[in-house]
Design a protein around this ligand. Structure first.
Ligand code: GTP
Ligand code: MG
Ligand code: ZN
Length: 315
């Protein structure tokens, strides 16, 4: 008789100990502990896995595991199931939605960063969710302006403020069923959003938000939090610099959905839309159809990537 091992997801890993949340129905008994909290198994990895660099487990990994002690909730990770993607900073696997957060102001939006994160999403097959946060600080209709820029990409744009429950209801709908990481500049409100969502809809009881806040100035471990409607969310530290590694100057334009249709009408096949004559993308930019900022940041990034390509044998 073959006994299938329970499957679950790694919520976090600290010092070689992994917290594994079993899938619903994966365990035959003891699905919930007495105080109704979801059962979490603390698992180590068998020695053999550790030697093989490829098999180091990450938060977000789906695994099968052996239960060693049911009472103490201790187990062994048996196998890491195939990943849909993985990241090194933060170290996490199987993200299927990236919430790209910017603020209306305070800090001023770094739109190059937003564009780059959008490229990463498309290259890694992750659904982007563009959040314009701190709409309460909108004095000059910046929200509408930002919305207009990014709605042209065809991706979902969600205005948000910590003062509006309606906006958070909308966010909650977007998060259900996905594993969503929050990314963006420092200070845009990622941790605040996470805390607000968790305080309203967290599966676990207890004040996690305090734990997250505390992580701010200490070493922060990547941790997935489960939502009641299904899905997980995780915070990432803010960054000031971000390099796209998934693309080159030639295919960069494929990551600007609002260019695609026009690009077919350029005179030259393989037109880069930077300097060629009879370029339809450029024409739409001149007419204001294609957003000025998006186009100019595209040409800037194109130049950067081309330079890196031209200098690839130097150094
Ligand atoms: N006015 C306003 N302030 C907000 C809102 N959301 C967050 N803030 C404030 O913005 C500041 C930064 O928020 P955080 O949540 O720490 O930002 P973060 O993106 O996690 O920043 P890092 O962890 O440095 O990347 C805090 O003082 C928050 O109170 C909002 O909707 N409106
Ligand atoms: Mg934060
Ligand atoms: Zn062109």
């Amino acid at each position: 008789m073959i006994i299938s091992l329970p499957e679950g997801i790694i919520l976090k890993g600290v010092g070689g100990f992994y917290s594994v949340l079993p899938d619903k129905g994966s365990l035959h008994k003891n699905k919930l502990s007495e105080d109704n909290e979801p059962v979490i198994y603390t698992c180590k990895v068998r020695g053999i896995h550790r030697k093989d660099g490829k098999l180091i487990p990450l938060p977000g990994d789906r695994v099968t595991f052996d239960i060693l002690d049911e009472r103490k909730k201790i187990g062994h990770i048996d196998r890491i199931l195939d990943r849909i993607n993985s990241f090194t900073r933060p170290a996490v696997a199987n993200i299927d939605q990236l919430a790209i957060v910017m603020a209306v102001t305070n800090p001023q939006p770094d739109m190059m960063l937003v564009d780059k994160l959008l490229i990463t999403c498309q290259a890694k097959n992750i659904k982007p969710l563009i959040i314009i946060n701190k709409t309460d600080l909108d004095m000059e209709n910046q929200v509408e302006a930002l919305k207009k820029v990014y709605e042209k990409t065809g991706f979902k744009v969600l205005p948000l403020t910590k003062f509006s429950c309606e906006a958070y209801d909308e966010l909650h709908k977007e998060l259900a069923g996905f594993t969503t990481a929050f990314a963006g500049q420092s200070g845009v409100g990622k941790s605040t959003i996470l805390n607000t969502v968790l305080n309203n809809w967290l599966m676990e009881t207890g004040d996690v938000s305090e734990k997250i806040q505390r992580g701010k100035h200490t070493t922060r471990h990547v941790q997935l939090f489960q939502l009641d409607k299904g899905g997980f969310i995780l915070d990432t530290p803010g960054f000031s610099a971000y390099t796209v590694t998934e693309v080159n100057h030639e295919n960069l334009q494929n990551y600007y959905p609002e260019f695609t249709e026009a690009a077919c009408l350029c005179r030259f096949k393989g037109c880069s839309h930077t300097s060629e004559p009879d370029c339809e993308v450029r024409r739409l930019y001149d007419e204001g159809e294609i957003d000025k900022g998006r186009y100019l940041r595209y040409t800037e990034l194109y130049k950067e990537l081309k330079e890196a390509y031209d200098n690839r044998y130097k150094r």
